[in-house]
Design a protein around this ligand. Structure first.
Ligand code: KIV
Ligand code: NA
Length: 266
């Protein structure tokens, strides 16, 4: 297939063609997901939990993100590759953010993702001006789990919703080319997606985002313990991992996933 570009992703958002994204941490899965037609691979700092067994994403280092981004880049051919800036690698200064983003880009990322709204606007502008594509991340931002008091829905109530909208608009105006919305009411995610010129990728944010992302190991039912409400087990009824990933892409494209009643939040 033709490599996915930022231009193509923006076209898909404008045309209402759903964008599929999964997390990916190694070369084997990168080749598998790329071959299955996943539009975007996210080297998420969720690797702290998924690969390292950490209780949160907070302990993940830039060096570890660089290593996994290199692994994924070697296995990928056509998917758009996004790398997470880990906790502490962009908060100190705009200059620190450029240095950290450079490390991820040199490891093979085509875009970097950072969490938070408000204070991040100037950092995003600084990165974008220097040729680094940026994805924002609002709603439940896992690097702030201790400040937020747990993994709980964000943006409920008029005031919280207005703040989230303001932060989303500011990120887009600062030049962010994509936005991840995590654990927010479906109606709020729909309003934000409709109001922005850039693709909005949802996780626990309802059907009306420009696309969807899940943690790979969650949707393959490899994660021990209780799964979040917004996850679907795509291995169910599928003979192989390849078939499960193809089913995910097909269900995102056809708006069969997520299902508002099963996976949505009010
Ligand atoms: O690290 C991650 O997996 C993420 C997604 C859940 C968006 O940031
Ligand atoms: Na992340």
């Amino acid at each position: 297939r033709k490599p996915v570009t930022l231009h193509r992703l923006r076209e898909m958002h404008a045309a209402g063609e759903k964008i599929s994204m999964l997390t990916c941490y190694d070369a084997t899965f990168a080749t598998l997901l790329d071959t299955a037609g996943v539009d975007c691979l996210l080297v998420g700092d969720s690797l702290g939990m998924v690969l390292q067994g950490q209780p949160s994403t907070v302990p993940v280092t830039l060096e570890q993100m660089v290593y996994h981004t290199q692994c994924v880049a070697r296995g990928n051919r056509g998917a758009w590759l996004i790398g997470d800036l880990p906790f502490g690698s962009y908060q100190v200064s705009k200059e620190q953010a450029v240095a950290s983003a450079t490390a991820l880009m040199q490891a093979g990322a085509q875009m970097v993702k950072l969490e938070g709204g408000g204070w991040t606007t100037e950092t995003v502008r600084f990165l974008v001006e220097r040729g680094i594509p940026v994805c924002g991340h609002l709603g439940l931002t896992p690097q702030s789990v201790h400040a937020l008091g747990g993994y709980r829905i964000q943006g409920r109530g008029d005031e919280a919703a207005a703040t989230l909208k303001r932060h989303a608009l500011a990120l887009a105006e600062a030049g962010a080319a994509m936005l991840v919305l995590e654990l927010v009411p479906s109606v709020l995610a729909r309003e934000i997606t409709a109001s922005l010129p850039i693709p909005v990728i949802g996780i626990g944010a309802g059907l009306d985002c420009s696309g969807q992302v899940l943690v790979l190991h969650d949707m393959l039912n490899l994660t021990a313990g209780r799964l979040a409400k917004f996850v679907r087990n795509f291995m169910e009824g599928q003979p192989t991992v390849q078939a499960a990933v193809q089913a995910y892409v097909a269900d995102v494209k056809a708006r069969r996933f997520p299902d508002e009643a099963l996976h949505g939040y009010q």
